[in-house]
Ligand binder design. Structure first.
Ligand code: GLA
Ligand code: ZN
Length: 672
């Protein structure tokens, strides 16, 4: 889905200012001054849209959308289901969630409706339909913003019943469920569907299959609610696209399951800029999140929220240093965002977000540092229409899988003080990011065929069919790198019998894993290369060291210490036309970087920019016609690098000198 221009704007809450027409009028003028062309309206406006039951008042919204449109500003129209009006919450207590302690919540808050409540579903459906009838053909309305940041779970009797129903459909018989959940353990065998309760602290916690299925169910229930809202608005105008604003690597939802429910992915990004001496580490994890969000549909996405200055919910509200705002927003664009949207346009006057960063402060004028930096981003985006049809098209994929994460984090052993699955995935991603080699971040259900290289860290839980697809991928010439703690359990969290990694992966990697050593914090081992695949003489290992025996694989490196000294620590196995690497322990950053560089060199992976990138500087390419390369300096220092071929400045068209200098936090757009 491609818009004509980059969207630039953010969440706008005119309903908070309806008694201040002067402010609403000024907003439109300020938006133009800030080069804002798109705002999200109505996100939490239900009590103004339906002040009393059955009485809709849309005229104020209509005036706002009209005025914006007359000023050249588009509207992303939200359905208001993210926050329920107080009158509704009181009249229909059943729309409120049951929290984990199995009691119904009182009225208040947001993002806390029961996904199963027929009353709430019906109220939302009616509201969405009415909004669609009134606005979905308005020329100023671009996109539906369904609800807001779906998340959380409800434990009410209705949701429990839905869970049991979902289980019946998944397993068919109670016997199949008991087998899949291994309920003979501790005599937890169910003899009636009604005995199944969700996993809560005061109840059942030890049945891993139950825990995992509950999380799957929460995703399915949430998706079902999204589907209901999507269908309501699409029934009126199927042409108007739909999005939901996601939250990056938020633990609670498997976002890949929302791929076909939305026309475009959007997400809300709140990095802790300013946390470290330079922005490299924060830039790295933010790059991961952008890549993950883009990979859901493998096409450009929208940055739906980001803060123009600081949030007010992080531990420290650090201001962005001059230049960091441009860097942060252009980083999103570099990774495939076709918008830069903020939370929020104007600071609210009261309640919990009154001190959250906004384009317009309580001061109310445009002569502020934040406003100027926002306007500068807007001005720059106006010159980038040509970038909209481009997108990073990586040849490398990193597997990050929500179900795997849930299972890894639920398992007891081999290191309850931290297996660091997500960190490990991010570490691998970061190694490629620093080399300027673009990566997708996909889950085990995604197509592997676009890639030459697949990095599969800690694939503990193997989704059905994944191991087989990985084998075919390698057979046909692909390269895979997998690590310790892989192929341990199946999709029901039952351990594979007959050796690890299971489901045919022992054959793919040409080895068998026998034991895994959990190291205490501070304890280390060493990886000692045996061949010149890796340039270093030794690398530090920590946390998890797996003891593997090669069958057909060859050791590229061995352990340097302890009773397993000399045993394989890094192996390679030729398989079909491809190769399968196995890293048996958690390694230091340098090891992952050298591994990434060695694999990239072997496979001829194309870096985004032909240059050696200094520490803290990286590049990513959006492929298209022409390609656009985003060179980003995440440090507060001037950096220089040598280009190995001719390049031009994408924005000015001027040729670039071979010896290139980047100012602090600079983002340079380059074409070949
Ligand atoms: C989330 C929400 C917004 C706002 C911001 C504050 O992203 O969607 O409504 O609360 O956080 O950072
Ligand atoms: Zn419920």
């Amino acid at each position: 889905m491609v818009f004509e221009h980059f969207l630039h704007g953010g969440d706008y809450n005119p309903e908070q200012w309806l008694d201040r027409p002067d402010i609403l009028e000024k907003d439109a003028a300020l938006m133009k001054e800030a080069h804002v062309n798109c705002v999200s309206v109505g996100i939490f406006a239900w009590s103004h849209l339906e002040p009393e039951e059955g009485v809709y008042d849309f005229d104020w919204l209509s005036n706002i959308i009209d005025r914006l449109y007359q000023n050249g500003i588009y509207t992303v129209l939200a359905t208001p289901s993210g926050a329920k009006p107080i009158w509704m919450s009181h009249k229909y207590p059943e729309i409120r969630r049951f929290s984990r302690n199995m009691t119904r919540e009182l009225t208040g808050g947001r993002h806390n409706h029961c996904y199963s409540s027929p009353v709430y579903r019906e109220k939302v459906r009616q509201m969405d339909t009415a909004l669609a009838e009134r606005f979905s053909r308005h020329p100023g309305v671009l996109l539906w913003h369904i609800s807001n940041e779906f998340g959380g779970e409800c434990f009410c009797p209705l949701c429990q019943e839905e869970f049991r129903q979902w289980l019946r459909e998944r397993y068919g018989t109670l016997d199949a469920l008991n087998k899949a959940w291994w309920t003979d353990f501790w005599s937890h065998r169910y003899t009636d569907w009604s005995q199944i309760e969700p996993p809560v602290p005061q109840g059942e916690n030890d049945v891993h299959g139950l825990n995992l299925d509950w999380k799957r169910f929460v995703t399915a229930r949430t998706a079902d609610f999204v589907r209901m809202e999507r269908d309501a608005v699409k029934a009126v105008n199927p042409e108007l696209p739909v999005t939901i604003n996601m939250m990056g690597d938020y633990a609670g939802l498997d976002y890949f399951r929302f791929r076909d429910l939305v026309d475009i992915v959007s997400w809300d990004s709140y990095p802790s800029w300013g946390r470290d001496a330079d922005e490299e580490a924060v830039g790295q994890v933010t790059a991961f999140a952008h890549d993950l969000m883009r990979s859901i549909r493998r096409e450009p996405f929208l940055l739906m929220e980001s803060t123009p200055s600081a949030t007010n919910w992080q531990a420290i509200s650090k201001l962005k240093r001059p230049g960091v705002h441009m860097l942060a927003e252009m980083q999103a664009v570099a990774h495939g965002a076709n918008s830069v949207q903020y939370f929020q346009w104007r600071k609210s006057r009261g309640s919990s977000e009154k001190l959250h960063g906004a384009v317009v402060d309580h001061y109310g004028e445009s002569d502020t540092r934040v406003f100027r930096e926002v306007a500068e981003v807007g001005r720059r985006l106006e010159g980038l229409d040509g970038v909209l049809a481009t997108c990073p098209m990586p040849e490398t994929a990193i597997i990050y899988d929500w179900e795997n994460r849930w299972a890894v984090e639920d398992a007891r052993g081999p290191r309850n003080s931290g297996l660091h699955y997500l960190d490990t995935v991010k570490d691998f991603h970061g190694a490629f990011w620093r080399l300027g080699i673009p990566t997708d971040v996909i889950d085990m259900t995604c197509d592997l065929s676009p890639y030459k290289l697949v990095i599969a860290p800690m694939i503990y839980l193997l989704r059905p069919g994944f191991a087989q697809r990985l084998r075919s991928f390698v057979e046909q010439g692909g390269t895979v790198l997998c690590t310790y703690w892989s192929g341990v359990v199946n999709e029901s969290d039952l351990c594979w019998l007959g050796g690890m990694p299971g489901d045919g992966l022992m054959e793919l990697f040409g080895l068998r894993s026998e034991e895994i050593d959990g190291l205490y914090d501070g304890q280390t081992n060493r990886l000692v290369p045996q061949e010149d695949f890796l340039p270093g003489r030794s690398y530090q290992l920590r946390e998890l060291c797996e003891l593997v025996h090669c069958t057909t694989a060859r050791a590229l490196a061995v352990y340097g210490e302890d009773f397993y000294r000399g045993m394989p620590a890094l192996t390679v196995n030729p398989y079909g036309k491809g190769r399968a690497y196995y890293l048996a322990a958690r390694g230091e950053r340098k090891l992952l970087e050298d591994l990434a560089a060695a694999l990239a060199g072997d496979l001829g992976l194309r870096p985004s920019l032909d240059a050696i990138l200094p520490q803290g500087v990286t590049a990513i390419r959006r492929s298209g016609n022409p390609d656009v390369i985003f060179l980003q300096n995440f440090t507060g220092a001037t950096q220089s690098l040598r280009l190995r071929r001719d390049y031009w400045n994408y924005e000015s068209g001027a040729p670039l000198p071979r010896q290139l200098t980047l100012s602090p936090y600079q983002v340079l757009l380059i074409k070949e």
